[in-house]
Design a protein around this ligand. Structure first.
Ligand SMILES: [Zn+2]
Length: 470
């Protein structure tokens, strides 16, 4: 029913907005076919980063946009890794709206894929391929939104800016960092819409639409243990492998302080409203500060994402030590992946870490702070943009929108740090899919065709409702 109502609504709008200029074929079914065709074409361009080669997608987008009469700018630090900016002008009464998608994808091990990773194979209602979730839906939906606004000649109160950005994976220097540093005026906006959110389906039921309003800040920290080298036949108390191991055990056992912010509080409150009673009780306990240790024990074992969202988290992910069986090494090193809450006082946090480890043989060396991604206050939840997103999700998916904090990191961090209110959206995903190996960055990344269609629709409606003249 919802699907039918939306289709009818879009059809009527299409006719009334520009019956004169609208090609007769551009009805919803044709639009969906057009969107899918662009999506498949973009998926088939190999933009593995490294090396990136995002110029392939940029050339494609440029061709389609220019043919539709939309001006584009190509802005590049490296000609093989350009960014594309397309802009539709409004009357300037409101500040622009930016939406972006990244054109690079993570690398593949092609031998592990059932369907070749750049084949964009359609099978059983899914499309398979690298980038089907991360982040080519944003690129294809952004393209379709521009095309539709242009064809319908929708009068705009604000400029609408589409940024197809390079080099998001690994946060390289060619994409958002280049755009923010060198071409800020091209993308400066009141609001930004990008990847990061998603609509959660579980057991075939759509549960809620998650919209990211903030994200954690990654920090890389190295622990270096030093001792005296010696013969393996004579064990030493100073063995740095032993010291490092003890430190890692202490870190693993440390439950860093729990803290809610506006976003995560609203998230857990919202989850409590839509969840079965036993689950809801846990979310309510977190919000109300009751039995929090027991609930966190449960999360740590059964819902590690929730455990992470409540705190600055630490995961030891690399160790390097030793080189011969009979040699006690003089050094051992661990790399910690710290994901900080947006308001974390990192120097104070590292002081606490030092006190916890309490070992003079171990030095804490700060690595890349934020991996180049700056901290910024969470985007507000009382904005027109958030309300428009909520309404669009309600129409298209029939569910409530919950604000969320992303445990990972996106290019919105850089844009948010410039004072833009940014919201992460994303297609509908079956919650069971990731565990089966079909998630983003997996060897069998896939998207439901129906989810792609809905995403294209909701993307357009969000942009239209935020930018069209009142
Ligand atoms: Zn991404």
């Amino acid at each position: 029913m919802i699907r039918h109502a939306v289709l009818v609504g879009a059809f009527v709008l299409t006719l009334t907005a520009s019956a004169a200029t609208q090609p007769a074929s551009a009805q919803p079914a044709a639009l969906e076919a057009e969107a899918l065709q662009h999506f498949l074409a973009i998926l088939r361009l190999d933009t593995q980063n490294p090396p990136g080669n995002e110029v392939l997608v940029v050339d494609y987008l440029k061709g389609v946009l220019e043919q539709a009469g939309i001006d584009v700018k190509i802005l590049a630090r490296d000609p093989k890794r350009p960014n594309l900016v397309a802009r539709l002008r409004g009357n300037g009464s409101r500040k622009p709206l930016l939406f972006m998608g990244h054109t690079d994808v993570v690398t593949v091990d092609a031998a592990k894929w059932t369907h070749p990773p750049f084949s964009a194979t359609r099978d059983g209602g899914h499309v398979y391929g690298r980038g089907t979730l991360d982040d080519k839906p944003s690129v294809a939906a952004g393209l379709m939104t521009m095309l539709r606004l242009k064809r319908m000649n929708v009068p705009l109160d604000r400029d609408v800016i589409f940024l197809a950005e390079a080099s998001e994976e690994g946060n390289g220097p060619f994409g958002i960092n280049y755009m923010v540093a060198e071409h800020w005026a091209e993308i400066d906006a009141e609001y930004c819409i990008a990847e990061g959110g998603g609509v959660v389906r579980e057991g075939g039921q759509v549960r809620f639409a998650g919209v990211t309003a903030t994200e954690k800040i990654p920090h890389t920290i190295r622990l270096v243990a030093r001792g005296i080298a010696g013969h393996g036949s004579v064990p030493l108390q100073s063995n740095p492998i032993v010291h490092l191991s003890q430190a890692i055990v202490k870190i693993a056992a440390w439950r860093t302080p729990m803290r809610l912010n506006d976003t995560t509080r609203a998230y857990f409150e919202g989850l409590a409203r839509i969840s079965p009673p036993d689950e809801a009780a846990r979310y309510r306990a977190i919000v109300e500060g009751r039995d929090v240790e027991a609930v966190q024990d449960y999360f740590a074992a059964h819902a590690p994402l929730f455990h992470s969202l409540l705190r600055t988290s630490i995961s030891p992910n690399i160790t390097k030590a030793g080189y011969l069986r009979n040699v006690i090494p003089s050094e051992a090193e661990a790399t910690l992946d710290i994901r900080a809450l947006p308001d974390e006082d990192m120097p104070a946090f590292l002081d606490r870490l030092q006190a916890l480890i309490d070992d003079a043989a171990i030095e804490i060396l700060p690595g890349a702070t934020g991996n180049g991604r700056p901290a910024a206050p969470p985007s507000r939840l009382d904005t027109e943009a958030f309300k428009v997103i909520e309404a669009a999700n309600r129409r298209v998916y029939g569910v409530a929108t919950l604000p969320t904090m992303l445990a990972g990191a996106t290019d919105m961090a850089q844009v948010r740090a410039r004072g833009v209110q940014c919201y992460g959206i994303g297609p509908m995903i079956d919650r069971e899919d990731a565990a089966k190996g079909f998630g983003a960055h997996s060897d069998q990344e896939r998207i439901l065709e129906d989810a792609f269609e809905k995403f294209v629709r909701v993307h357009f409606e969000i942009v239209r409702d935020l930018a069209a003249s009142r």
